[in-house]
Design a protein around this ligand. Structure first.
Ligand SMILES: [Zn+2]
Length: 788
């Protein structure tokens, strides 16, 4: 495939978006598009007109996979290694002397100062405790202004895509951005679904419904057929008011992002993450955030602890936690699965579970064919735990999903779609649900797969859930789509990529237009909160997504489309679907992909633009600009350090404690308890190990748990019970320590710090007069107290 562009396409970045991102236009310009036009501030930067070249250069480099010392988006360490080592040793000696004299917290602060790598930074971060001084000798002022503009521009880009798809954007960030725009961006375009407010003194447990959501549901009582028709055009579903005439005149106005504009915005993002001054600026801000947090701990750790002790009854054990990233097929631990298999062999030995060469095989026969009895089975023979051989070997890890290495057992026990219609899998999930309900405070968001190989996958999945009554108040579903087009294409199951998209999305449109057409799916979707995109991110990508890329219907080659291509088309269809569902008063979905676990950096760029929150985000540690942006936009990151430890990054190098200290919204999740955990409460195991290895305080743990609820897809109502009726408000006002066990002082610190950062960058953009300040003056950008 050719990567060269015709001249007119090369000109597109010049023709559009020269002064900041334009308001998003839908591909049709029908009246009443519910995205308001907005006047943007002047966000011209020195990079304007060069975005495309810079972005393509970076894409190309990521293809080359060269073993560079540092990638272009990283911040290079300028001191020679020996010097650094010397200073480290000196500090270590000093600390070991001080250890007898000083309390733990001081020691911790010092250890963190050691992480700051250049002498200049060390001096500066000590200065910055109260206010940050950005000396023009290090970052020239025009560069600083440029950097602030770039950061603001990136935030506007995210806001645009998130608003368009009806996902949620940080309230605080939106408020600061709004002050820059002349007209507010209308995020709420449809009427709010009325809800009874939760009282301030309500119990922490939401009322439990008496009836099972799947029982006694008559399709006749479901909302009526709207009579709409739908058709996929260039990879995105379009909806028409008539089934007979599916053309422009009957088209429903459901906005989604224009492909050209998306590519242009992506190029802007790619260019700014490698811009030198922007990188230095963001790197410094992140260092400052780390140091500031240390200062907060030094000053306030005891106060935080005292506030927690004052709360009656509440402690870490009885606050709400959500496992924000866990796959259904591996949500039970090994011992549990083993016991379940043994029980099934006793209970249903004669049940036909599988068809082998046209002949039914009973469970007993399956085991006999493997020369195994119930007695032989042990956790060791099951062999599903990740071990040292899976590190950096995703293929070996995938094979671990097969009990005893036999894919047939995987099919029988942990699939929803098999000869017994997922009966065993349904049972075992229900056992996991019972354990969760018993523990009361633990909740999970399980991932189930839709592959996009055939049109009936959704119906089968929904029938599985409804038939076996697989539901719990403690569980919500996410649907994961494995990026395996190339595999299905090779097997001749799919002719082109558009077929895959149609298989994934058409049933969802049909059921939204006429719930009675897929009654089970209609019920099931009420508990599905969003979409996940999964696969090994470290697989090399051969293709650069640009305007030259084939449209989905023309994607007929062996090659797998790149990550950003998958994400864009999933996002675009989801945006259209959300608008349609919202019109009918149905639930909407969010995008929460696996992102930044490994692989090229542009995965995190796509994630930043298109998704409500992400899983993993490990590579943000290497990209200061993106990390700072994820902070400013308060994008949730579900992190699974134990999983990473077996696959991609050893535990002690995991960036979670660093992200947490800087104020990124991180939560702890298990990913695959079957492969990584040993106990009946894998989420507690995850918290326990993190707390011990990283010496997290009780306040840190409760903050992580609160984050997990905030970023989860549980209902507004459930969150109101769990976190407090005002949880949606900004700052300490939104916190209820009696429910969260997080002291107001911590929430207040996070809020003020965020306001200060947002103020810093928006002020730089706003203050034209600052430009007159002479270069040699050091510019003091004292924080203005957060706008409360
Ligand atoms: Zn995962």
């Amino acid at each position: 495939m050719s990567h060269s562009l015709p001249l007119i396409l090369l000109l597109i970045p010049y023709l559009r978006g020269v002064s900041g991102p334009k308001p998003l236009t839908s591909q049709r310009s029908l009246p009443g598009i519910p995205v308001s036009l907005k006047h943007f501030p002047d966000l011209r930067t020195s990079m304007d007109g060069k975005y495309k070249e810079i972005a393509e250069e970076l894409f190309t480099r990521s293809l080359a996979e060269s073993e560079m010392r540092s990638a272009p988006y990283e911040f290079p360490e300028d001191s020679p290694i020996e010097q650094l080592e010397e200073r480290r040793h000196r500090l270590e000696r000093q600390i070991s002397q001080d250890v007898k004299l000083e309390p733990e917290i001081l020691l911790r602060a010092k250890q963190d100062f050691m992480k700051i790598d250049s002498a200049a930074d060390l001096e500066e971060s000590q200065e910055t405790a109260g206010q940050i001084l950005l000396s023009s000798s290090q970052v020239p002022f025009t560069d600083l202004l440029d950097a602030a503009k770039c950061v603001v521009k990136a935030l506007f880009i995210r806001e645009k895509y998130i608003a368009l798809s009806m996902q949620s954007f940080s309230k605080t960030t939106a408020r600061y951005l709004q002050e820059l725009g002349e007209k507010p961006l209308e995020l709420r375009v449809y009427e709010e679904i009325p809800e009874t407010p939760v009282a301030a003194d309500a119990p922490v447990h939401p009322p439990v419904s008496e009836t099972h959501p799947y029982e006694g549901q008559d399709p006749k009582n479901m909302p009526p057929d709207m009579g709409y028709g739908c058709k996929m055009v260039d990879g995105v579903m379009h909806v028409y008011t008539k089934r007979s005439t599916m053309e422009k005149s009957t088209e429903l106005d459901l906005p989604y992002p224009d492909l050209q504009e998306y590519i242009a915005d992506m190029n802007v993002m790619m260019a700014l993450i490698i811009n030198g001054p922007v990188k230095s600026f963001c790197y410094r801000r992140l260092q400052y955030l780390s140091s500031k947090f240390q200062m907060h701990i030094l000053l306030n750790e005891m106060k935080e602890l005292a506030a927690q002790k004052k709360v009656p009854h509440r402690d870490f054990y009885n606050i709400r936690k959500v496992d924000t990233h866990i796959h259904a097929s591996s949500c039970m631990n090994q011992k549990h699965l083993l016991r379940f298999i043994k029980r099934a062999m006793k209970k249903y030995p004669g049940e036909i579970v599988h068809i082998e060469k046209g002949k039914g095989q009973t469970l007993m026969e399956v085991f006999e064919s493997m020369n195994l009895t119930a007695f032989d089975l042990s956790v060791d023979t099951l062999d599903m735990h990740a071990d040292r051989n899976t590190f950096h070997r995703f293929d070996k890890f995938n094979a671990k999903y097969n009990p005893i290495g036999e894919s047939i057992l995987r099919e029988i026990f942990i699939k929803t779609d098999n000869y017994i219609e997922g009966k065993y899998f349904g049972h075992i999930i229900k056992e996991v649900m019972e354990d969760l309900e018993e523990s009361k405070y633990q909740n999970v968001e399980l991932r189930l797969s839709i592959y996009g190989r055939s049109r009936d996958e959704w119906d089968k999945l929904a029938q599985w859930a409804v038939k076996h009554g697989v539901y719990s108040d403690n569980v919500r579903w996410l649907v994961q789509v494995p990026r395996l087009f190339d595999v299905y294409h090779t097997k001749k199951q799919l002719a082109n990529f558009e077929e895959m998209l149609e298989n994934i999305f058409r049933p969802l449109f049909e059921v939204t237009i006429n719930p009675r057409s897929h009654p089970e799916l209609h019920l099931f979707l009420q508990h599905v909160v969003g979409f996940d995109s999964v696969d090994d991110e470290s697989k090399p990508e051969q293709h650069i997504f640009n305007l030259d890329s084939p449209l989905p219907a023309n994607w007929t080659e062996e090659e797998n489309p790149p990550y950003s291509y998958y994400l864009y088309y999933m996002y675009a269809n989801m945006a259209v679907l959300n608008h349609l569902r919202r019109r009918r008063g149905f639930s909407t979905f969010v995008l929460r992909p696996h992102c930044g676990e490994a692989g090229p950096i542009h995965h995190l760029v796509s994630g930043f633009m298109l998704s409500e929150n992400i899983s993993h985000g490990l590579l943000l540690r290497k990209a200061p600009v993106l990390q700072y942006l994820y902070y400013l936009a308060q994008i949730g990151i579900a992190m699974s350090p134990l999983s990473n430890n077996s696959l991609f990054l050893s535990y002690h190098r995991n960036p979670l404690p660093e992200y947490l200290s800087r104020g990124l919204i991180v939560s702890l999740s298990t990913d695959d308890p079957l492969q990584f955990h040993f106990t009946k409460e894998p989420l507690m195991e995850e918290y326990s190990i993190a707390a011990q290895v990283w010496k997290l305080s009780s306040c840190d743990m409760c903050e992580l748990a609160r984050n997990s609820v905030l970023m989860s897809g549980f209902s507004h109502k459930a969150k109101s019970y769990w976190l407090g009726p005002n949880y949606i408000k900004e700052g300490p006002e939104g916190n209820d320590i009696r429910r969260t066990n997080v002291p107001d002082i911590r929430v207040g610190y996070r809020y003020e710090t965020l306001c200060e950062e947002l103020n810093l960058i928006t002020q730089a953009v706003r203050s034209e007069e600052l430009e007159t300040i002479e270069e040699e003056d050091s510019l003091s950008m004292a924080p203005v107290p957060g706008g409360r």
